[in-house]
Design a protein around this ligand. Structure first.
Ligand code: CTP
Length: 390
């Protein structure tokens, strides 16, 4: 159930309703009278494909609030205005939304949004503390521009994508399959220094690893992302460790690994590094240069002994020829539970693409998947891990 109270952030709740509906969540929207001043109920009806509830006094609905309150798996209120928070904290039940909040049995997640001065008031803090003490979950508010101009203080509603992630995580926590599991994901290319301004790297964007980290958080895992240089936004709720070289990635992984339950090596670490990077920039006028490279350590292989024996380990293989045979060999050599095979020479797949076509290889199965968004590939990989663990 998605409660909408009346603030300018209400218009952003449309994308929350849409995002959750697209993810397969059945969303029933309850709007306060002031929310309907900002966004028309028809908008939510069109986005969710379900009727919008507004008044306690609508014929056929008026006595139904208790049933409505018992039905949902989760109640999300976004935006939660200062007024809505105050009414809920007092236990008032003077419209459909507050009545439903008082009668509900499900968990509640609220996303406060208000002017920064209103948020700074001790009254608002006391009300929020009271709700937290009752077990309500609170996301935000964030710091950033408000309707009335820039602000450096909290007040603005947390980003819709972040609210969607947190909502999915709370819904997933009902089954508890991933709750408390520690997940480590590596992502992106590493880079090796040739001289103070030049590096050797590869074309990995990191997107696959970032999507895996997001998907893991949304299922309930505690996720750490070890990433090479990338400008992608870090997924909501995910802890990040930024590294530059393959050696640094190895050290970051080795440190986290002893208590990791699921490790996914989606990174494309640089496989070679110059044997002796020079300390000053090489002048071009010097003409032809020869640089000697040495292999970097293999992270999966060199951390084998610090893995938890019960950990599930997933590697990736990006191949051009003899893909399946090479992937199966890497599965054995690197002692993996799964290897995700993808092909470097296909259009709309692999590096620098939003989509990917992969084959999931386990000790017993080979599953070819069609080309799909990397966010969907991430879900398929985690589905496979989930059924592998049983
Ligand atoms: N990998 C790693 N450490 C490296 C290089 C790769 O742990 N220094 C991991 C990758 O993150 C991936 C898997 O090993 O999960 C396979 O990577 P890939 O580059 O396909 O294999 P390599 O072992 O480097 O073999 P090659 O490049 O010779 O095909």
């Amino acid at each position: 159930m998605l409660g909408v109270s009346g603030g300018i952030a209400s218009y952003k709740t449309c994308s929350i309703a849409r995002g959750l509906t697209e993810a397969g969540v059945e969303v029933d929207v309850v709007m306060t009278a002031s929310a309907a001043q900002f966004v028309g109920p028809l908008t939510f009806e069109a986005l969710t494909g379900r009727p919008v509830l507004q008044s306690l006094w609508e014929p056929g609905v008026s006595l139904d609030h208790v049933r409505w309150a018992r039905d949902p798996d989760l109640v999300l209120v976004a935006p939660a205005t200062a007024n809505l928070i105050a009414r809920a904290a007092q236990g008032l039940a003077d419209d459909f939304l507050t009545t439903m909040l008082l009668a509900r049995t499900a968990d509640v997640l609220i996303a406060p949004a208000m002017n920064d001065d209103m948020f700074a008031q001790s009254t608002t803090h006391e009300n929020l503390t009271r709700l937290r003490r009752r077990g309500w979950h609170v996301i935000g508010p964030a710091v950033g521009a408000l309707a009335e101009g820039p602000s450096e203080n909290p007040g603005r509603m947390e980003e819709p994508d972040h609210i969607i992630s947190e909502t999915k995580r709370l819904l997933a926590s009902r089954s508890g399959k991933w709750t408390g599991r520690k997940m480590l994901v590596t992502a992106g290319a590493t880079r090796e220094q040739m001289d103070p301004v030049r590096v050797v790297t590869n074309r990995s964007s990191g997107l696959m690893g970032y999507e895996l980290a997001r998907a893991g958080y949304e299922r309930g895992a505690d996720v750490t992302l070890v990433t090479g240089p990338s400008s992608l936004p870090v997924p909501w709720g995910v802890g990040v460790k930024r590294v530059e070289t393959t050696e640094e990635m190895l050290n970051a992984v080795a440190q986290k690994l002893p208590d990791t339950d699921l490790m996914i090596m989606a990174a494309a670490p640089a496989d070679f590094r110059p044997t002796s990077p020079v300390e000053s920039k090489r002048p071009r006028a010097g003409g032809l240069i020869t640089i000697e490279f040495e292999p970097t350590p293999d992270i999966l292989v060199s951390t084998r002994d610090v893995r938890k024996p019960s950990a599930t380990v997933v590697g990736f293989a990006l191949e051009t020829t003899d893909g399946l045979d090479r992937a199966k060999k890497k599965l054995e050599d690197k002692d993996l539970d799964f290897i995700v095979l993808n092909f470097a020479d296909e259009p709309d797949a692999g590096f620098e693409s939003e989509t990917n076509r992969v084959t999931l290889v386990s000790r017993s199965d080979v599953t070819e998947l069609p080309n799909m968004l990397k966010s969907d590939v991430a879900e398929k990989i985690l589905d496979a891990v989930e059924s592998h663990r049983g």
